[in-house]
Design a protein around this ligand. Structure first.
Ligand code: PAF
Length: 303
């Protein structure tokens, strides 16, 4: 695949998108409204991101990925400082996956006046689970996602889709709500979690796990899959046993583990009854130097 074109400014991106969509519209496919797929990322790309680009590539005429480490969503300056920055390797992965354009702006391009005084507020949905451990994180995510959705918004008639991983389940739920509540034009597409052969969900932070911590971390997907098996078998979910299983692993410090409604992230009360509706098992834990999140859909109908 050829190397994608890299754009550093929002104006340059908008112009490149207009040109690419116009070329597709004139390309004689008979479809007067071509489609644009946007894949926002913070770089340090792995197979989970590759799955996002693959999904965008399969469904759209023009694919744009963005690579921007958004300072607004880091509440720990040390975490921001050590976040891996690997643009060259990222461009290779994006080129191999067939992205047409890559938006890689500077911080000054996105926040020309410094940290914005006005931000998108993630509300009650953003204050639960991850929000409790990372105050302000989701306001920062939504603010930058809103900006990226504006930058890439097609100026020609076009279908507009944006792709996000289901691994960040709360982020995805919030972005869907923002788009719905604030009338953004993009259609939001969630892409399933990609896992290693040991079951661990792909994450840019996995590079900080040594072999011992990586082994310990596999208790997280194991506990989630045990709940999924119970949901499919139509037996009551044993959340307490799943929690105990994680807590028995000495290298793992559990922050939360719950079964929630996939859209609202409200905890579900099951009173010892089998699950009767789609739900999400959701957890976060610290494993050695890294904080990991993971989740798994629970669907009794999939049994
Ligand atoms: O999921 C991420 O990588 C980031 O939170 C996002 C959506 C690119 C916003 O910075």
């Amino acid at each position: 695949m050829s190397a994608p074109r890299v754009l550093r400014t929002a104006a340059g991106l908008s112009e490149a998108i207009t040109d690419a969509l116009a070329a597709k519209a004139a390309g004689g496919t008979g479809d007067p409204a071509p489609s644009l797929g946007l894949v926002p990322t913070m770089g340090a790309l792995h197979q989970g991101h590759r799955a996002l680009v693959d999904a965008a590539r399969a469904a759209n005429d023009v694919v744009v990925a963005s690579v921007f480490v958004n300072p607004l969503q880091f509440n720990d300056p040390e975490d921001l400082h050590r976040y891996p920055r690997t643009l060259e390797a990222d461009l290779k992965l994006l080129g191999d996956a067939g992205a047409d354009l890559v938006f890689a702006p500077s911080e000054a391009e996105v926040y020309p006046d410094g940290p914005p005084l006005v931000r998108i507020h993630s509300g009650e949905l953003g204050s639960r689970y991850e929000g409790r451990f990372r105050p302000g994180h989701f306001d920062g995510v939504l603010t930058v996602v809103a900006k990226l959705l504006h930058y890439a918004q097609p100026t020609l008639p076009a279908r507009y889709r944006a792709y996000f991983g289901q691994k960040d389940a709360q982020q995805l739920a919030l972005i869907r709500r923002m788009v719905m509540d604030l009338d953004f034009r993009a259609e939001i597409v969630g892409v399933p979690v990609v896992r290693g052969t040991d079951g661990l969900a792909e994450s840019s932070r996995n590079v900080f796990l040594d072999a011992e911590h990586r082994r310990a971390a596999t208790v997280l997907p194991q506990a989630l899959f045990a709940l999924q098996d119970q949901a499919r078998a139509g037996v009551p979910l044993d959340l307490a046993a799943a929690v105990a299983r994680v807590q028995a692993e000495p290298h793992v410090d559990l922050d939360y583990f719950d079964i929630v409604d996939p859209q609202t992230l409200q905890p579900l009360v099951m009173d010892g009854q089998p699950l009767r509706r789609p739900a999400l098992a959701l957890l976060a834990a610290r494993v050695g130097p890294v904080r990991l999140i993971d989740n798994l859909p629970l669907d009794p109908a999939a049994g």
